[in-house]
Design a protein around this ligand. Structure first.
Ligand code: S3P
Length: 171
């Protein structure tokens, strides 16, 4: 088992439904490292859910909180950090992630992402008349940016969470 202290935080980036939280938890357990989750930290600090924050305060406020949380987590701890799908789009986040972390893109194709998010109601950006259209647009805008991450691990249907975590470790 790997027990050496991490030199850098492993930062999981990628679309909603890519498995960042599930794989992050498994990876943290395998590395005996703390698991950090930017969305969960934002919810805890606000004492509101993400949809509530978007509805009450708007997306720009959420993005501000997201930047603050990501910088705090990266400054203070080393572990495995799962980010929200939009986090890596902010240049400020990419900069601190490149300094303090290793960015790993969990790359899943649109069909797989859609199959995982379509029945959930937890993503405000998909609470629109055409959620598949919205997901597709975000996917097309974001993939070129995710592709600049340090490492890419492909998420495929049928690959277990632990198998994905192993692939991240191998990468
Ligand atoms: C978002 C993804 C969500 C959450 C928020 C915005 C995005 O996180 O941060 O709803 O912009 O893609 P997940 O990627 O964990 O769903």
């Amino acid at each position: 088992a790997m027990q050496a202290r991490l030199k850098k935080t492993v930062v999981l980036v990628g679309m909603m439904g890519a498995g960042k939280t599930a794989v992050g938890k498994a990876l943290a357990a395998a590395l005996h490292a703390p698991f950090l989750d930017s969305d969960a930290e934002i919810e805890k600090a606000a004492n509101m859910t993400i949809p509530e924050i978007f509805a009450r305060d708007g997306e720009p406020f959420f993005r501000l909180k997201e930047r603050q949380v990501i910088s705090r987590l990266l400054e203070n701890e080393r572990g495995v950090l799962s980010t929200g799908g939009g986090a890596y789009m902010a240049p400020e986040n990419r900069e601190i992630i490149s300094k303090k972390g290793v960015a790993v893109w969990l790359n899943a194709d649109l069909d797989l992402l859609w199959s995982r998010v379509r029945h959930k109601d937890t993503r405000p950006l998909l609470r629109v008349p055409d959620p598949l259209g919205a997901l597709t647009k975000l996917y097309n805008e974001r993939v070129p940016v995710y592709a600049t991450a340090d490492l890419t691990v492909v998420s495929q249907p049928g690959l277990s969470i632990d198998a994905m975590a192993s692939r991240v470790i191998e990468a």
